[in-house]
Design a protein around this ligand. Structure first.
Ligand code: ZN
Length: 288
C-alpha cells in the first residue's frame, strides 16, 4: 500500500521534485507511485495529497486539479494551494493537461492545441499570492513556457496527433459552457480554444517563477457549440473522449519530460525581482 505522509509548514521536504504534472486523475495510473504527500500550505488544502513517483524515467509530483474522483469543479478548485504545494516540493516546471472546446473552426475533435497566450474571462478566482502589501505586478508577456510548449508540440505530432501551436486560449468561469454569442465574441477577439482551469494556474506559476505549459485535447469542436438544434456536448461525451485518448496524451507527457531539462528556462525565471514595485522586504515565499 502506498505510504502517505504529512509535510507541515514547519518542515522542509527531504528531496526536490523538479517536474510537476497536473491534469485528470487518470494520469496517475501511469506513475510508478512511491508515496503521497499531504502538503500543508498557507492557502488551504490542495485538491488531494500530492502523488510522487516515477513517470518514464523522471521523478514527478502529480496533482489532479479536480481531485481524486471528479468532484471539484473548475471554479471551486483551490489553485493557490495546488501551485504552492508544487512550490514547496521544489517543482521548477509544470505540464498542465486539459480538455477544451474549440472556437477556431480549423480545430477538430481529438486534436491537440498548445496555447501561447490567453484571455482571462474568469470572474471569481483567487489569482495571486500578493493580495496584500507588498504589491507586486508580474509580467503576463509570454505567459506559457515556450521551451516546454515547443517540446509538447513536437511530441504530440510524433504520437500521431494533429497539433496546433501558437493558440490563444480563453478561460471562462464555468461551470456552464459559453453561449453562441460569447463564442463568437471570443473568436472575434482572436480566441482559438476555451477552457475553465488554466487560469489562474498560469499566472500563479509565473508568480512562483515556474515554467508552465498547457496542452489541450479538443473535446468540443466549434461546430458542436454553435448549433441550436441539438444539445451541446455533454460531460459524458467529454469523459468518453478523454478515456479514449488518455493513454496517448500520457505518452505525450512522458516523451516531453524525457526530452526536456528539469531547470527553469530564461523566459520563466527572474520575474519576482522585476515585479517589485517598491523596496519592501524580501519576498517571504522564497524563504521557506
Ligand atoms: Zn520556461
Amino acid at each position: 500500500m502506498t505510504e502517505t505522509r504529512q509535510l507541515p509548514m514547519s518542515e522542509s521536504p527531504d528531496a526536490e521534485i523538479e517536474i510537476g504534472i497536473t491534469g485528470g486523475y487518470g494520469i496517475s495510473r501511469s506513475i510508478d507511485i512511491e508515496e503521497q504527500i499531504v502538503v500543508e500550505t498557507p492557502y488551504g488544502e490542495p485538491s488531494h495529497p500530492v502523488v510522487v513517483g516515477e513517470l518514464g524515467s523522471k521523478n514527478v509530483a502529480f496533482i489532479s486539479r479536480h481531485g481524486e474522483g471528479r468532484y471539484i469543479p473548475a471554479h471551486s478548485i483551490n489553485y493557490r494551494a495546488n501551485l504552492f504545494a508544487f512550490h514547496r516540493l521544489g517543482v521548477n516546471r509544470i505540464i498542465s493537461a486539459t480538455a477544451n472546446g474549440a472556437i477556431n473552426e480549423s480545430l477538430s475533435f481529438g486534436d491537440i492545441a498548445v496555447p501561447a497566450d490567453y484571455i482571462d474571462d474568469t470572474t471569481n478566482r483567487n489569482d495571486t499570492f500578493f493580495d496584500e502589501a507588498p504589491s507586486r505586478h508580474f509580467s503576463s508577456h509570454v505567459p506559457f513556457c515556450p521551451d516546454i510548449s515547443n517540446t509538447l508540440t513536437e511530441r504530440a505530432e510524433k504520437n500521431g496527433f494533429e497539433c496546433h501551436d501558437d493558440v490563444v486560449l480563453v478561460i471562462v468561469e464555468g461551470p456552464r459552457f459559453a453561449t453562441v454569442a460569447e463564442a463568437e465574441m471570443f473568436a472575434a477577439h482572436g480566441g482559438d480554444i476555451m477552457g475553465m482551469s488554466t487560469y489562474p494556474e498560469v499566472t500563479l506559476a509565473r508568480e512562483l517563477e515556474m515554467c508552465y505549459a498547457n496542452f489541450a485535447l479538443i473535446t468540443d469542436p466549434r461546430e458542436d457549440q454553435t448549433k441550436y438544434d441539438r444539445p451541446t456536448t455533454s460531460v459524458t461525451a467529454v469523459d468518453k473522449t478523454l478515456d479514449e485518448r488518455a493513454r496517448d496524451c500520457t505518452q505525450i507527457i512522458i516523451d516531453t519530460i524525457e526530452a526536456m531539462s528539469t531547470s527553469r528556462c530564461s523566459n520563466c525565471r527572474g520575474h519576482a525581482e522585476i515585479a517589485k514595485s517598491d523596496e519592501h522586504e524580501e519576498w517571504e515565499y522564497r524563504n521557506l
